[in-house]
Design a protein around this ligand. Sequence first.
Ligand code: ADP
Ligand code: MG
Ligand code: MG
Length: 866
Amino acid sequence: VKWIYDFNEGRSKDKALLGGKGANLAEMTHLGLPVPSGFTLTTESCMRYLKNVAFFDQQLITEIQTAIERLEVKTNKSFTNDDELLLVSVRSGAVFSMPGMMDTILNLGLNDSRVHALAEQTSLAFAYDCYRRLLQMFGDVVYGIPKEKFNLLLTKAEKENNKTVNVFNEQQQLALIKNYKELFIKHNKVFPQHPMDQLKEAIQAVFHSWNNPRANVYRELHGISHHLGTAVNVQEMVFGNSGNESGTGVVFTRNPATGDNQLFGEFLLDAQGEDVVAGIRTPQPIQELSERLPNVYQDFLHYAQMLELHYKDMQDIEFTVEQGKLFILQTRNGKRTAKAALKIATDLVNENVLSKEEALMRVEAEMIDQLIHPIFKPEALEQATPFAQGLPASPRAATGEIVFTAEKAKERYEQGNKVILVRHETSPEDIEGMIVSEAIVTSRGGMTSHAAVVARGMGTCCVTGTETLTIDEEAKTVTTNDIRLKEGDILSVNGNTGEIYLGELPTVIAENNQDLTLFLSWADELADLEVRANAETLTDLTTALDFGATGIGLARTEHMFFGEDRILEMRRLILAEDHREMETALTKLLAFQENDFYQMFQTIRDKPMVIRLLDPPMHEFLPHEAPDIANLADKLNRSVNELTAKIEYLKETNPMLGHRGCRLGITTPEIYQMQVKAIIQSAIRLVQEGIPVVPEIMIPLIAEKEELMHLKVLLIETIEATFNAQNIVPFSYEIGTMIELPRACLIADQLAEQADFFSFGTNDLTQMTYGFSRDDIGKFINRYQEKAIMTHDPFQHLDQQGVGQLIKLAVSNARRTKPTMTIGICGEVGGDPQSIPFFQAIGIDYVSCSPYRIPAARLAVAQAAI
Ligand code: ADP
Ligand code: MG
Ligand code: MG
């Protein structure tokens, strides 16, 4: 096995082996970009080492030694001698980029004697700057000595000598180095002087960092396997900290927040490594590089364009300039907001870089949700005055209470509160607190700071560099001018503008943007599955159509019985003593329903709409508290005792498994008769108005073929009577069934003989298949997930191995009976991008989901078809 690849040996396709960073360094080397030479230890060598540490000394070390020798030849420098110093960086790089998760060490190879030599060849300040950085990063990454302790020593020395470190004399530099080394001793460590020892320990530390808790949390969050390992890149150093013709920067080839086609990033002159993102000095916008170092800027532009075209995607590029010469140190597909993702994808199609199919695959369906989520109400914003302004690092509107630590964020979140994490800056240790926060606000750091990058990746609102905020993390206060806020105070944060407000501002859904409309129209062209909506209120129906629903997959009639005037009639019906009373209730309900359906059909017009007949258990409509019962008794003119007894009688132990769905239709046929009569009468009105509706009537909770046959006869009789009564030539309608019981799946071939269409109710089907009540699963699913018994909630993502198999079986059996039958999915997982490929694969015709999930589902169905 080959454990090490030189940069000129790999390509970008080798990501699994070389990690993202290594593979792209190799690719850029291949393309002829100015990349300092180096080599990559493979992810396999990491996993091998983590399994058996002896592997390092037995095998890997000799490969490392020869790789260093090759690098020495290539660079014409030496890793051990004091002249022509070869210094290297040791950079971790996993397969998936994990911002800030793993660690990097720069200037490795310096020691007491070589720093002296370097100082003679360059300058005292530069050489010792490098050495101090090495000691600090090495101490931190390899031995866990907190970075801040080194900073304290530096500040102390500057104070004692009464000058800044860059003008220290040699004695003073040496004294400071001595203090740094003593800090190692205090931690029972010694800084290794030999470059090879440094390299060895550094590589091992990076390998180990794969298992550090932060990395684990990040992988959990993003569903990345723990078994991939990280590669390690060893690369010749170039020095951005060697004067004012030098510097370092981070640039996106397009704006990662808006997608605008314009370089976006920052640089710092005379700086090294992470100085730009660390928020120590405030960096300058990349455009200013064209004034400071015009040639370098031109070169950079050239390479940036080249990389974007080569990868056909927006790049996130790290570069360093050493005395007027540009080096590219990293490139990757940049993280971006949903808005930017969409704009970049559509722009790249317009620029003829991507095909529509490629573009559609570039945007994660889940991301679409962020585009239709709340912004602050424009009118409310107009009247509100922000009390602070930072950088709009990640869009969305968010409101919550102030917390100052990640721990507090978690604690308050777990108690059910919305929190805004307010900090000087965030670091990888804060990741768990960041995940649960509605927004992240920092007083320092730029658009590419840790907080900004992580928040954009998660779609969390973020405002950085809010410099007017004075945050006292100890006292738990944040002050600006005359305002002082404390933990628990409510803030509203506008990630689109960077403005922060006191108190809670109302939100609205953002305007549907044009990129989204265009993009989703491409999706529709390529999709096989249709996307319908679960909706019954006129508002929801309209929203669904606006979001591009091709019809209604599930209109739940029970939702129409809860209005104040209706619930009384429903109760009268359920509790009726005699036929006459029942008739009174039915007549009123018929009028309500006919009107409802008429309006619904009018909204939907000739698009399909599946109307489900009454489903829930009766008790859901009845009052249970004594005062409510008394009130009802009064209205129905009955005695309280009698009513209480009747309600008691109707109580069920397991209502979800009880007297509901078609079972009600069978025991109280009048309800379903009334409902179909209302449906048909309203349809007649529409047809007479010239709108050709085809009512689709759906019977819930069928388990037996006979149930379906029995109800069909009943419904057809009623429908025919309705046509006859009005002297209407019958038009077509359909009667189908919901498949939501395991038994129904098993006998789907028989049911298909009787049904015009099927729709899978995945919520009930999941509940009945697992025997998990969907109302109670919350009490134990977390434990299941913690103990890795289940990786996800089956009500959120389809359980493909169990529930999915039932659906698959039912579909294939039904199709054997009736090849062209329309089969849909209604229920939560119908709108879940992760479940949609499965539905595509088993031949479903449409998915149906709540209106706000439609845009994401439209993209997901296209992706499943591509
Ligand atoms: P991360 O994965 O955290 O971004 P990197 O390995 O990219 O870590 O290193 C961080 C920064 O260190 C780089 O952006 C670059 O500025 C600097 N760096 C890394 N290797 C070198 C090198 N060989 N020469 C100069 N600077 C380097
Ligand atoms: Mg880093
Ligand atoms: Mg980097």
